[in-house]
Design a protein around this ligand. Structure first.
Ligand SMILES: Nc1ncnc2c1ncn2[C@@H]1O[C@H](COP(=O)(O)OP(=O)(O)OP(=O)(O)O)[C@@H](O)[C@H]1O
Ligand SMILES: [Mg+2]
Length: 366
């Protein structure tokens, strides 16, 4: 699938813009503060309902405006069909439309437009907290199996109820019930994530060749439980939750469970965040995101879209070139931003591409 006509209103510096992308490589060239990241944020809002840079929509909406609007046409290569989608966001309200119908769930938008955004902060996937990595693996699980999202929402509700009972003494009578429900759901949810990990590893192995020159990368999924306890061992889990009860009551939080699981990424046996160089961090994060995108694509039978903000930053020209070749190898639609200097450093003479220039939030096809 690929994104064709894309229009934006009131996203950061962009007052009103219309861009028609090609199914292959699209390069948006602009100086600092011209609006490159603003365009990618608009794409991220369309695919995920929120910006990758800020969780406060008021910061993203153009100053002195009340709402932002992003619309696009999604082209499906296999069925030869086009679907219009759109999202309007204000501080108070979100309205989503897919194929002329209003939909309530933001998840429907993500299902229609699977997009992976690669940006300078993507290294947080390795250096940041576990919630970023859980969201990363859950994103694949979400596309792999529609039941994952339903089960995951149920789990979150149960966890919330249990935490509520931990906090409120008058509700303590319901604790055994919510604990039992939580225990029951550990193994099935962990399995969805293991399936997602298996797809990720397969694609990571494919794409790392020729780009990753560090020592062997190892990725495993922890359960959020003590290592010696299996996710499906009900008896052991009952004992664990019982032994932790008083501490959970004090902290008002459920300490153990797959809501605390993590992707452990190591290089040569050491936590990657602690041992690899800044450039290697970036390459590793990009490889993970490309593998994620490929894992989503293969599940849907249609290829997803990769948006890249400032690929050239922090990479030497050799690595820039190799990364670009790898991105082209994915045969996905690529929407990439760069500064004029960045463009010069890439060798793109023989590559089929669409160029756009951005100045003060205005886009022109070159
Ligand atoms: N809510 C907003 N309303 C209007 N302008 C904004 C808003 N938020 C940020 N800006 C401005 O938008 C401009 C463009 O920012 P953007 O991050 O898109 O630039 P960029 O082209 O990605 O630059 P760089 O190359 O430095 O990353 C900046 O001058 C920024 O201050
Ligand atoms: Mg930027």
């Amino acid at each position: 699938m690929w994104l064709g006509e894309f229009s934006i209103q009131n996203c950061r510096i962009i007052e009103a813009a219309q861009v028609t992308f090609s199914p292959k490589l699209n390069l948006i060239i602009g100086d600092n503060a011209s609006g490159k990241s603003s365009l990618l944020e608009a794409l991220s809002i369309l695919s995920r309902g929120r910006s990758y840079r800020s969780c406060r929509i008021q910061e993203v909406i153009r100053h002195h405006s009340d709402q932002l609007l992003c619309t696009a046409k999604i082209h499906y290569s296999q069925q030869d069909k086009v679907i219009p989608i759109g999202i309007e966001r204000s501080a108070k309200q979100t309205t989503i439309r897919i194929n002329q119908e209003t939909v309530k769930q933001q998840a429907s938008l993500s299902q229609t437009l699977p997009m992976t955004v690669i940006q300078p902060e993507s290294v947080l996937l390795i250096t940041g907290g576990p919630s970023i990595r859980r969201a990363f693996i859950d994103w694949i699980a979400f596309y792999q199996d529609e039941n994952f999202y339903i089960e995951w929402k149920k789990y979150k509700r149960i966890l919330k109820q249990r935490n509520h009972c931990l906090r409120d003494r008058s509700q303590a009578y319901a604790l055994p019930y919510w604990t039992e429900q939580l225990i029951k759901r550990q193994a099935p949810l962990h399995q969805y994530r293991l399936n997602a990990l298996s797809a990720l590893l397969k694609n990571f192995t494919t794409y790392q060749t020729g780009l990753w020159e560090g020592a062997k990368v190892n990725i495993r999924l922890s359960t959020g439980l003590p290592q010696e306890i299996a996710v499906d061992d009900t008896k052991a889990l009952e004992k664990l939750f019982a032994s932790r009860l008083e501490q959970d009551k004090k902290s008002h939080q459920t300490f153990y469970g797959i809501h605390r699981s993590d992707l452990k990424i190591s290089v040569a046996g050491y936590a990657a965040a602690k041992v690899v160089s800044r450039g290697q961090l970036k390459i590793l994060a990009i490889l993970l995101l490309i593998a994620q995108s490929a894992s989503i694509s293969s599940e849907k039978g249609e290829k997803g879209i990769i948006a890249i903000d400032d690929l050239t930053a922090e990479l030497d020209s050799h690595n820039q070139q190799r990364l670009l070749n790898l991105l082209l190898k994915t045969q996905q639609q690529l929407i990439m931003t760069t500064t004029p200097n960045g463009l010069e450093s890439m060798q793109l003479d023989k590559v089929e591409k669409h160029l756009f220039e951005v100045k003060q939030g205005n886009f022109t096809a070159l």
